[in-house]
Design a protein around this ligand. Structure first.
Ligand SMILES: NC(=O)NCCC(=O)O
Length: 362
């Protein structure tokens, strides 16, 4: 990984440590919501992380006890990593190296951090693995999908691999970026699948791929279709989106009474040829620093700390899905959302003849 000033900054939480005592607690509360206790990580798992050179963090996100429902506790693992082979290596070698890396990071025999994990989300990468059956987990694996049945179209896809080891569903990217160096509209088509939600043994899940996180309605539709956890596998760089990162997935969790899992790539990737994106910037050979910082946000607005900005890592969140309905009941954003009002307004606004409703007030 190439060093630069952005990759050397360790992250907001590290910087916050300079504030001490009760003031630290208050700053943390205001910025991050209630503090989630760390979950115990076994010595074996710690050793594995150390020898595998990845960070390992785990937090428990509780809900209030209920009289009529038992807690619905599931464990989520978000994996962030840098590429293993250079971008110049043959594609199959790059893919195989990533498979091996995931196997070391997480998908190791039962005594490892995967104990109790029921759902794994990988960052955006063209990769697919199938350890689901072996370990009884659901895996969300982002891939580049070549649609051989339909004109060889390329979709930006995340597949859901069920505990039976089979692909049980897929979600495709709804919003294709045309920003900075992310000019994906020249090769990816917009999804026609809508906002699928997958009912798994461990709750209802959906995947809002990468740039889709900038569109609040994209999150909202997954939630309206019943998602309790929405994953956001991403590949984004500091100069472009870092100030937005902590806000968007977290706001989606709040607004939609669900959990969100934001997972980003790590590192700076060098390409052999210079490129420009026609935005006035000098030609360059990399996208900038992919800043990791993966985190989980809860429906009550709280969030876990982030993984590192620079290192591979696994973030485990043990969450009680009962928190979704509890915040739905207390904040009532579902009840007050006025969908019928917006349905009419959006239908009108989507007409090419529509003109904004601005009334002169001076
Ligand atoms: N891969 C991708 O969609 N990146 C877009 C950049 C961003 O959304 O921050």
């Amino acid at each position: 990984m190439a060093g630069n000033s952005q990759s050397e900054f360790k992250g907001v939480e590290e910087a916050l440590k300079a504030i001490e005592g009760p003031e630290h607690e208050e700053v943390y509360r205001v910025l991050y919501g209630r503090k989630h206790p760390e979950i115990a990580i076994s010595d074996d798992a710690k050793k594995l992380a150390e020898s595998g050179n990845f960070e390992l963090k785990g937090y428990s996100v509780s809900a209030s006890p209920e009289q009529l429902r038992t807690p619905r506790i599931v464990r989520i693992a978000a994996i962030q990593n840098q590429i293993v082979q250079p971008t110049t290596a043959p594609v199959a070698e790059q893919r195989d190296a990533l498979h091996k890396r995931y196997a070391i990071c997480v998908l190791h025999p039962r005594k490892t951090p995967m104990d109790g994990i029921r759902r794994v989300c990988l960052q955006r990468t063209n990769d697919q693995i199938s350890y689901s059956k072996k370990y009884g987990i659901v895996i969300i694996s982002p891939i580049l999908e070549r649609d051989e049945e339909k004109d060889d179209v390329i979709w930006n896809t995340a597949v859901v691999i069920g505990t039976n080891g089979q692909v049980v569903g897929r979600s495709r990217k709804n919003h294709i970026p045309r920003v900075g160096d992310f000019n994906e509209s020249t090769y990816y088509m917009e999804s026609q699948l809508g906002h699928p939600v997958f009912e798994t043994e461990f709750g209802r899940i959906a995947i809002n791929i990468c740039y889709g996180r900038h569109h609040p309605m994209n999150w909202q539709m997954y939630a309206l279709n019943g998602a309790e956890i929405i994953f956001n596998p991403s590949a984004t760089v500091g100069a472009l989106s870092e100030p937005l990162w902590g806000i968007e997935a977290r706001n989606a969790a709040i607004a939609n009474h669900c959990f969100t899992v934001a997972v980003n790539r790590v590192g700076t990737e060098q390409f052999p040829h210079e490129f420009t994106s026609g935005n006035g910037k000098p030609a360059h050979k990399d996208f900038g620093h992919f800043y990791g910082s993966s985190y989980v946000a809860a429906p009550d607005g709280s969030r876990t700390p982030s993984l590192s900005r620079t290192q591979d890592g696994v973030l485990i969140a043990e969450v009680d899905l009962n928190l979704c309905r509890q915040t739905k009941d207390s904040w009532g954003f579902r009840m007050t959302n006025r969908l019928e009002l917006y349905a009419k307004s959006f239908t009108a606004a989507s007409d090419p003849e529509y003109r904004p409703d601005v009334r002169k007030a001076f």
